[in-house]
Design a protein around this ligand. Structure first.
Ligand code: ADP
Ligand code: MG
Length: 189
């Protein structure tokens, strides 16, 4: 419950044939959810269209089936929730769900640079979730670029520290699946 996935995709629908970065065995290991039981974080990195969101949703659905509390938000949504929490009941409710989740999926982290205040609010949330829940983060930027996007160096380091302390990083750098399996409107000759 609670998840709010943008679309539904499963692990069986996840094609590993083009993935040099993720083996069948590793995928099975992720499916077993030991990382979730042990409050490990997962970080999926790579350019657009490589399957970061798909894999996050699929693991989230797996977790729900096993009885875990899961929420899905994009980084943009999360920041607007945090900024409106003080005066918006809806934001409060949703943030309380996020804080109570076993797994929080934050999609498209650091898509854009954050303001100082946003970084601080984000830090407080990460601090709350730290060692209590698992987080799946997806990003098109590598962690060494997160610092500059988070504005404040001190806050950035503190956030990185907590997220990366117990985390598995998967680089999904293969060519865009979307591009490769693009549907053309032209009739082939
Ligand atoms: P992003 O890395 O940008 O989050 P998505 O996960 O949204 O990419 O993937 C884009 C589209 O391509 C989705 O429809 C997704 O289901 C599909 N896709 C990407 N990678 C795979 C894959 N390895 N197997 C099956 N479908 C994939
Ligand atoms: Mg995505």
């Amino acid at each position: 419950k609670w998840a709010k996935f943008p679309y539904h995709k499963t692990l069986t629908e996840f094609d590993l044939s083009d993935q040099t970065s993720l083996s069948k065995r590793q995928l099975t290991q992720l499916q077993e959810l030991t990382w979730l039981e042990q409050q490990y974080n997962l970080i999926f990195l790579g350019p657009s269209g490589v399957g970061k969101t798909h894999l996050s949703i699929a693991l989230g659905m797996e977790a729900i089936q096993k009885g875990f509390q899961v929420t899905f938000v994009t980084m943009g949504e999360l920041l607007s929730l945090l900024k409106t929490e003080e005066f918006t009941r809806k934001s409060q409710v949703q943030l309380n769900r996020i804080r109570a989740s076993d797994l929080v999926i934050i999609d498209d982290l650091m898509y854009m640079a954050m303001e100082q205040r946003e970084a601080t609010l984000f830090f407080h949330l990460i601090n709350h979730l730290y060692e209590r829940s698992s987080i799946i983060l997806t990003s098109n930027k590598s962690p060494d670029q997160w610092g500059e996007l988070l504005g404040d160096e001190g806050v950035a380091m503190a956030i990185l520290d907590r997220i990366l302390h117990r985390a598995e990083v998967v680089h999904m750098n293969e060519a865009s699946y979307r591009m490769k399996h693009r549907q053309s409107m032209f009739v082939s000759e």
